[in-house]
Design a protein around this ligand. Structure first.
Ligand code: ATP
Ligand code: MG
Ligand code: MG
Ligand code: MG
Length: 470
């Protein structure tokens, strides 16, 4: 049966409630008392104090559906079937209570009996040395040994510096040949979208003293995470997380605004999916009180909004459009997140302001660039200096690729090495000025990752120029 996203969320939480879990509502996207993390990126992140023992959990079994942001996946968004910067993570957790036996058997029961996925399409993986997990899958669940994949540390061992860590067991779903990369040896673990990873079960059973010495933890924990949109995409048998019921309504709205038909043109599709994703992230971030600014979380939000706005221009959408899309996000997700409906007007205002400001930035940047061109012409030069290009980008927020596009049209070029040197120096300064800890999922590289997003290819200058002249 093709359950909807909102149904699946409830089915999961109800199932784990029936297994003695306390269902807690999603925590804010803003980490509390945790300087190592800019934004919540997994169900376990807000529960760290319960894992480390710093706080006593309300119950030793907890289940959540946690809103998550992963800026590290931004370059994948729109291109793979399975990555969003925003997604919901279903998770069941044991704080020194049940362990592998229950976690594995329940995950199987949920997927095959409650949701009704075809067991023949599901493949578990285990950490190469984890015979205990292998045996549970093989002897208890009854999966043939050749269907259980053993992967090494980089894939199946969860660890962040010193502290609790342990092997994982992930569950993959074979979506069929048509989604495969076709390369020889394409199987479970291949990075293409055929075998989609849907669930990660982490067994935190060791303590790393920071020097690679592992001791067994007295209190073993379970931490699991399953992307709700990924689960829905396999249940609904659709192409990607952008085609599941709630997200699809939003995607259709983007297409309608742009006057585009989905799946007619790959480049347009990437922009459509990117806008769909980024407006979800932005809507949820604003509902959690994050405002667009020039640093930290606010900077991430600003980049996401502007990136969406820019791709809207690429698609030929005229005028402000993000608040309208946000209304569709809220409509689709208010079931699970009532705060969206409550803060609706506020969210629209923030989006409208930021979009106005972005449009002004574009106008201003075009004027400055024009002056720089005049200078070059007067001096008889053909190359814009790296420092000037960087200033336009960094101080005035003008997208770099746009600068390049405009200049190239007129026969100029940019000193790209010089630009890159300025960029590197800037990143170094930024890195030095912020607190960097590497404790359980630190995400301090977020600035670098998000910066990349504004330097990606741009081809819609004409559309954009028309827009900014209005
Ligand atoms: P992948 O290898 O596909 O990038 P991952 O191994 O990075 O996924 P985990 O860190 O194990 O993902 O997170 C647990 C689960 O959360 C994944 O199994 C997946 O279902 C979901 N998930 C992770 N990243 C994303 C994302 N960017 N968008 C949607 N769902 C995600
Ligand atoms: Mg990943
Ligand atoms: Mg993975
Ligand atoms: Mg994983």
């Amino acid at each position: 049966k093709k359950y909807g996203v909102n149904e699946l969320r409830k089915m999961y939480l109800d199932f784990f409630e029936s297994k003695g879990h306390l269902v807690m509502k999603s925590f804010s996207l803003v980490p509390q008392n945790d300087k190592s993390l800019l934004l919540i990126n997994a169900g376990m992140a807000p529960l760290k104090p319960y894992f480390t023992g710093a706080e006593i959990p309300p119950r030793r079994r907890v289940a959540t559906c946690q809103k998550c942001i992963r800026t590290g996946d931004i370059e994948n968004v729109g291109k793979t079937a399975r990555h969003g910067t925003f997604f919901e993570m279903l998770g069941n957790f044991s704080f020194g209570d049940y362990f592998k036996h229950e976690a594995i058997n329940w995950s199987w029961e949920f997927l095959t009996e409650v949701v009704g996925l075809d067991p023949e399409r599901l493949y578990p993986s285990v950490y190469v040395d984890d015979d205990e997990a292998f045996d549970i899958w093989n002897k208890e669940v009854g999966i043939a040994p050749e269907r259980i994949f053993r992967f090494g540390k980089e894939d199946n061992f969860w660890e962040h510096g010193a502290g609790p860590c342990g092997p994982c067991s992930e569950i993959y779903y074979d979506r069929g040949e048509k989604y495969g990369c076709g390369k020889p040896g394409c199987t479970v673990g291949c990075d293409c979208d055929r075998y989609m990873e849907i669930w990660n079960n982490v067994f935190t059973q060791f303590e790393n003293d920071g020097n690679g010495n592992y001791t067994t933890l007295k209190n073993k924990n379970i931490d699991t995470g399953m992307g709700l949109e990924r689960l829905a995409s396999v249940v609904q048998d659709v192409d990607s997380i952008f085609d599941v019921d709630t997200v699809c309504a939003l995607r259709n709205h983007v297409c309608k605004m742009a006057g585009k038909v989905y799946q007619e043109n790959y480049k347009d599709d990437v922009s459509i999916r990117l806008i769909t994703d980024h407006i979800r992230s932005a809507t949820f971030m604003i509902s959690d009180g994050i405002m667009p600014t020039n640093e930290g979380r606010g900077y991430v939000l600003r980049r996401l909004i502007r990136r969406a706005a820019r791709h809207g221009k690429l698609l030929g959408i005229e005028g402000k459009f993000l608040a309208d899309l946000s209304a569709t996000v809220i409509e689709g997700s208010k079931d699970g997140y009532p705060e969206l409906e409550e803060k609706k007007e506020f969210i629209f205002n923030v989006l409208n302001n930021e979009e106005n400001q972005f449009n002004k930035t574009i106008d201003q940047g075009l004027r400055i660039l024009n002056d720089l061109e005049e200078d070059l012409k007067a001096k008889g030069e053909k190359t814009l200096g790296g420092a000037d290009a960087f200033k336009l980008y960094d101080t005035y927020g003008f997208p770099m690729d746009l600068t390049k596009e405009i200049l190239e049209e007129k026969g100029y070029e940019i000193d790209e090495a010089g630009f890159q040197a300025e960029m590197d120096a800037q990143r170094k300064r930024a890195r030095e000025s912020r607190e960097v800890t590497n404790y359980m999922g630190a995400d301090a590289t977020v600035y670098d990752q998000i910066d990349v997003s504004v330097t990606t290819e741009f081809t819609g200058y004409t559309t954009l120029k028309d827009e900014s002249e209005i």
